[in-house]
Design a protein. Structure first.
Length: 74
């Protein structure tokens, strides 16, 4: 049986595998922070971080190897 690769694509929900520097504000988004992929640049993904009301807090571009797939929607 072959392994099935689950590529991360746009609209998928991901979590950070390590702290990621914030673009808006100081500090880092901690490991485990979840967000939605809004742009797919191949080996990098742009991830939107939102609050519980759905308001965007930040957009960060993250190497795919630093992301964990949480929910597949693409």
């Amino acid at each position: 049986m072959s392994a099935v690769e689950h590529a991360i694509g746009e609209v998928d929900v991901v979590a950070f595998e390590r702290p990621i520097k914030k673009i808006e504000g100081d500090g880092n988004w901690p490991t485990g922070t979840e967000g939605t992929v809004v742009s797919d640049y191949g080996d990098h993904k742009e991830v939107e971080i939102s609050n519980d009301s759905g308001e965007a807090l930040d957009y960060v571009i993250v190497p795919v190897e630093q992301l964990k797939l949480i929910e597949k929607h693409s």
